[in-house]
Design a protein around this ligand. Structure first.
Ligand code: NDP
Length: 435
């Protein structure tokens, strides 16, 4: 702990895993030696580097880039790239640590990694974003490869950025390989990859609801965020019969009592993905909706909450508000959006709660499917990928139930996901010797 004392997000992620995995280790002799957990919390490798690029005014800019190669026990390092001014070592280590367990849960052969830069894409021109991505990849290309480390998107990194980074990698290495996932369809991307995290989250929430004989039909759904994950979580929740009433960004949230249906969601996608505007712009087309500046949507009465923006965006007080308002299910689309205190509130109230490493694993799972398609040099249809995604989410749900069900029948999905994720990585590490 001392070694990482100044990395609060990383400590938070490790603490949550340790709380559930240490008792399991104590009951299972096989995992009691060889410093397994100690090895898992130490990154195999951390790369930090300078990124220098030129803005549209011709001025030189300097940013810091990172790649955390956390664990390669079960496959090449795999995990997204985040561009956000808040990016630092602690945040990326927490994400890479979570990623290791998540990737293990997908049943696919992927290790854990994460990367990014403290670059702020907001307000930057396409050309600036391109030059930044090229400068970032110029260094990163030395450390990644289709069989070594395969990055993808995350906050601030979508199809546009992945395309620019892929182009630069290809230029530098003179090879066309599946070194990144989330690529455009015309150059090796997988159908359903953009939708996968949001869809997967809703499939997972639906599996949880089914254990209670329930579903999304007729439910009021509160979504936070309005980026990639939030957009497709809202789309699938609506398709399954739910009514999505909120979406948000870092400046505030919109509330539409009539529901954000497919047509309205298409407008949000246009605002966010093409115009690169703010969620408040929604009111210019739908003025009957309300906008709450500087607020988060958890105060809105709902049956299901899907936090899909960022870490620590749902605190204890907000969790209590959700429970008091009758919320029965919280499924994390983002990574660690719920603070530990808030998770305890949900678990104490015995409502359905899914941690991101289980419920948002559909994104990386589909990235794994993209890697397979690239290796085979073929592409599967949307239906094929969606079916595989559904199957993987069901399998993750089953693993959580297997390891997380208590004597009274309540499923602690946090415990289930942590132990199921741990077992596979631990077994592989033991088999590979002291490394
Ligand atoms: P995007 O960049 O597409 O969207 C991020 C959204 O979250 C935006 O609405 C953004 O608002 C909001 N947001 C970002 N930072 C903050 C903040 N500090 N406070 C409040 N709101 C914030 O990212 P994604 O949708 O890809 O990622 C969202 C979450 O899902 C992240 O936690 C990510 O790690 C996780 N995730 C993503 C996967 C993927 O496949 N993309 C896979 C698995 C997990 P604004 O525009 O104002 O910044």
């Amino acid at each position: 702990a001392k070694r990482n004392a100044n990395e609060p997000e990383f400590m938070q992620a490790v603490q949550e895993v340790a709380e559930t995995v240490i008792p399991f280790i104590e009951e299972n002799k096989k995992y009691q030696n060889k410093m397994l957990l100690e090895r898992m919390v130490e990154s195999e490798r951390v790369i930090m580097f300078r990124i220098v690029w030129t803005d549209d005014k011709g001025e030189t800019q300097v940013n810091r880039g990172y790649r955390i190669q956390m664990n390669s026990a079960i496959g090449p390092y795999k995990g997204g790239i985040r561009f956000h001014p808040s990016v630092n070592l602690s945040i990326l280590k927490f994400l890479a640590f979570e990623q290791t367990f998540k990737n293990s849960l997908t049943t696919l052969p992927m290790g854990g990694g994460k990367g990014g830069a403290d670059f702020d894409p907001k307000g930057k021109s396409d050309n600036e974003v391109m030059r930044f991505c090229q400068a970032f990849m110029t260094e990163l290309s030395k450390h990644i490869g289709a069989n070594t480390d395969v990055p993808a998107g995350d906050i601030g990194v979508g199809g546009r950025e992945v395309g620019f980074m892929f182009g630069q990698y290809k230029r530098l290495r003179n090879e066309f390989t599946g070194v990144l996932t989330g690529k455009g369809i015309s150059f090796g991307g997988s159908l359903v990859r953009p939708e996968a995290t949001g869809y997967g989250n809703v499939y997972f929430a639906n599996s949880m609801l089914q254990t209670k004989g329930d579903s999304f039909k007729g439910k009021t759904v509160v979504v936070s965020g309005s980026g990639n994950v939030a957009q497709y979580a809202a789309e699938k929740a609506t398709q399954l019969g739910g009514k999505v009433v909120t979406m948000s960004d870092s400046a505030g949230y919109i509330y539409d009592a009539d529901g954000i249906d497919a047509t309205k969601l298409a407008y949000i996608m246009e605002i966010k993905n093409e115009l690169r505007g703010r969620i408040s712009d929604y009111l210019s087309k739908y003025p009957t909706a309300k906008y709450f500046a500087g607020k988060r949507p958890w105060e809105v009465k709902c049956d299901i909450a899907l936090p899909c923006a960022t870490q620590n965006e749902l605190n204890e007080e907000e969790a209590k508000m959700l429970v008091a308002n009758g919320c029965i299910c919280v499924s994390e689309g983002a990574n660690m959006p719920t603070t530990p205190e808030a998770v305890h509130v949900f678990q104490k109230a015995k409502i359905l709660f899914a941690p991101g490493k289980a419920s948002n694993a559909g994104g990386v799972a589909t990235s794994g499917l993209e890697m397979s398609q690239n290796s085979l040099r073929l592409s599967w249809s949307s239906e094929e990928v969606d079916e595989k995604l559904k199957g993987i989410m069901l399998a993750i749900h089953a693993s959580c139930v297997k390891y997380g069900t208590d004597a009274a029948g309540y499923v602690d999905y946090v415990k289930g996901a942590n132990i199921a994720g741990f077992v596979k990585v631990a077994d592989a590490m033991l088999a590979q010797g002291v490394v």
